[in-house]
Ligand binder design. Structure first.
Ligand SMILES: [Zn+2]
Ligand SMILES: [Zn+2]
Length: 359
């Protein structure tokens, strides 16, 4: 079957909207006209159950100097050791067995999907629904990635969208490239992150037993999935040396996936065109999309966080969307939310930077 027919077959069950009706007034009193317009553009009726990731322009930083950064030395030392181990692992890559390369590559893709299709598009944004076998797969894959448990990841991420580029954004890009990349994990959270993050509605995740189970056992589970298993498998199964297994299979792989994920917070919030909204920092970046399995369409994603593809498009530089569509084809994913072309074009016309190329 030709690819475009397969795409159409798989995409036939989308939820889309062309709605531009006025949003309900409840909860919008503080934002004024600007917030109402934002939600209006978003075509809010395609995902009525989820509002905590929608940008709230009514929230502004308080005047005055920011509080002094408080270093978390435990994190600095552990992250430093991981990166030193990864650098040593880099020197061992040429002498790895072929199956070790394959293992590292597949493990990286799986852990990446745990973040993109799981922690991000399913649990943070609720852009589609997943049946239990898929959710179990995604939470295991997420545990391979060493990026905090899903609950914490989603709370930080919802705050990142809702209070973008303010002190309440955990990786506020106005604090600089290094801070938004990794620095934010090495210091105490800004009081505004704790305050506003603590007020977010996380009841959907609290009610999900699988997510809370992972949270409860996250430390031993991540130790097993990030370090022990990826070291033992090459060592036992195809006789790789312990050194290669540990430094390449565990340290290097983990470090590479972490840094690629962080690029979305650093590079994507610094450069790229802004065809959907020129008033926000996130930009579109094809290279980041390729590296992150489809998470580099960041101007679109911050403009329309409810779109399951995190992009106007579907399979273009977007392995995560391809994966979700495959899961939908076998009945494990459903109710994929897709913003309508009409709503996208209206937004481009109103707030785009003029770089949009149709077709
Ligand atoms: Zn997001
Ligand atoms: Zn972002």
């Amino acid at each position: 079957m030709p690819v475009h027919l397969l795409q159409e077959k798989i995409s036939s069950s989308y939820t889309t909207t062309t709605s531009t009706t006025a949003p309900p007034s409840g909860g919008l009193q503080n934002g004024g006209e600007k917030l109402e317009k934002t939600i209006d553009d978003l075509g809010e009726d395609i995902r009525p159950e989820m509002k905590e990731d929608i940008h709230d322009p009514s929230y502004q930083d308080e005047e005055g100097p920011p509080p002094k950064l408080e270093y978390v030395w435990r994190n600095i030392i552990l992250m430093g050791l991981l990166h030193v181990g990864a650098l040593y692992g880099l020197t061992l890559v040429p002498t790895c067995k072929f199956y070790t390369w394959l293992w590292v590559y597949l493990y990286s893709i799986l852990s990446g999907l745990g973040i993109t299709a799981g922690a991000h598009r399913l649990w943070s944004h609720r852009t589609y629904k997943a049946r239990l076998p898929l959710r179990v797969f995604l939470i295991i894959a997420d545990t391979m990635a060493l990026q905090n448990d899903v609950y914490e990841w989603a709370r930080d991420h919802r705050a990142h969208h809702k209070f973008s580029e303010t002190h309440a954004d955990p990786h506020n890009s106005y604090h600089g490239f290094f801070f938004s990349h990794v620095g934010w994990l090495l210091v105490r959270k800004h009081p505004a992150v704790k305050e506003k993050g603590g007020l977010l509605d996380m009841s959907d995740l609290k009610a999900e037993k699988l997510v809370m189970f992972q949270r409860k056992y996250y430390k031993p589970a991540s130790l097993l999935m990030c370090f022990i298993l990826p070291t033992l498998v090459p060592w036992y199964c195809w006789g790789e040396t312990f050194q290669h297994s540990l430094y390449v299979g565990a340290f290097l792989r983990n470090t590479v996936v972490l840094n690629i994920t962080w690029l979305v917070n650093s590079v994507s919030h610094t450069c790229g065109y802004r065809p959907y909204d020129k008033n926000i920092n996130p930009g579109e970046n094809a290279l980041i999309s390729l590296l992150t399995l489809g998470e580099g369409f960041h101007n679109y994603h911050h403009s329309f966080p409810q779109d399951y593809s995190a992009s106007e498009y579907r399979w273009s530089l977007n392995f995560t969307t391809f994966f979700i569509d495959c899961m939908a084809a076998i009945g494990l994913a459903y109710d994929r939310k897709k913003v309508s072309k009409a709503a996208i074009l209206a937004r481009i016309k109103r707030t785009g930077d003029g770089s949009y190329k149709s077709g």
